[in-house]
Design a protein around this ligand. Sequence first.
Ligand SMILES: NC(=O)C1=CN([C@@H]2O[C@H](COP(=O)(O)OP(=O)(O)OC[C@H]3O[C@@H](n4cnc5c(N)ncnc54)[C@H](O)[C@@H]3O)[C@@H](O)[C@H]2O)C=CC1
Ligand SMILES: O=C(CO)COP(=O)(O)O
Length: 343
Amino acid sequence: MRPPQTVAVLGAGSWGTTFAKIAADSGDSRGVQVRVWARRPEAAEEINATRRNSRYLGDIQLPANLQATDDVAEALNGAQLVVLAVPAQTLRAQLREFKSLVPKDAIILSLMKGLEVGTDARMSQVIAEELEWPQDRIAVLSGPNLAMEIAREEPTASVVACSSIETAGWIASACTTPYFRPYTNTDVIGTEIGGIVKNVIALAVGICEGKQMGDNTKASVMTRGLAETTRLAVALGGKSETLFGLSGMGDLIATCSSSLSRNHTAGRLLAQGLTLDEVTGKMQQTAEGIKSAQAVLDRAIQLGVYMPITENVVAVLQGVISVDELGPRLLARELKAEGVHAP
Ligand SMILES: NC(=O)C1=CN([C@@H]2O[C@H](COP(=O)(O)OP(=O)(O)OC[C@H]3O[C@@H](n4cnc5c(N)ncnc54)[C@H](O)[C@@H]3O)[C@@H](O)[C@H]2O)C=CC1
Ligand SMILES: O=C(CO)COP(=O)(O)O
């Protein structure tokens, strides 16, 4: 199958705009057109007039075959690949609004890393339900993908997951550039869960960092965080090996180490004494872990999966324990053998 000629990206935040740049750079020599839908008309105007999205990407220059619009019908018209990059908790409502405009033969790609509060649904499940789309035409992209580094064209790898390896390969061929290398797999569940739970673990690591704890603490929380992420993914039907790849360990390392991460930053700000409202007000960007943490915990409880780090992060977010109490509680449990599945 020839790679897509027309790509629509819904969401002109940091990752939506950066992915649009990747798709435009990847398809430039094939005459590919990328259209980005921006909620704010002034954002679309700025991209078209100055080739910049300064609110999210500073001075980064966007390619000429990337156009923006605030009209979602225009963005979706004739799109062969539809990429979704809006905050996870808003996706369902947006899909209900846009459903009739999505071309019936399009392939859908989710860039989002959140779990829906109330239903505990993954984004690919929300898409399948709302658009009534077949699994083999819904894919997810996840990995150590801090938008700003990719926008600066720093070499990065990622994973496209879809039940159909042909669909995953088709998408990979539409987003390959000298600075972005997508791998493929068929484990949608493992790939999505890695991206969702690392945000919760990054909140914990951010809090530890904000409390001046060092690298041993961070490495311990990351490693045991990966163990609980893997337990959840496997209980949901994902593969443990996925969690040891780019969308699991890779993303966890990037997010928990980087000051560019919004989740990590949110944790640090909480540790400095800001309230949750103050943190979300100050950041003005999506830190998915703040809302997803509760949904992750709900799902874990339903499935009988032990997720102590997530449990303690939720307790901090709900004000049940203070940020000072988090550190000692993260590893203070009954002694047991190491391992992902150890009882
Ligand atoms: N920024 C990054 O480095 C990465 C982000 N992601 C994921 O991509 C998804 C999108 O993230 P970003 O682009 O970073 O978010 P962002 O906060 O930078 O932008 C979100 C965009 O969605 C728009 N939007 C549309 N409907 C909205 C509504 N009802 N409420 C609020 N905003 C609405 C906003 O105007 C904005 O353009 C998230 O799930 C995130 O976890 C994944 C990998 C990397
Ligand atoms: O998912 C990301 C990197 O892969 C971005 O992380 P944040 O949402 O915490 O910025």
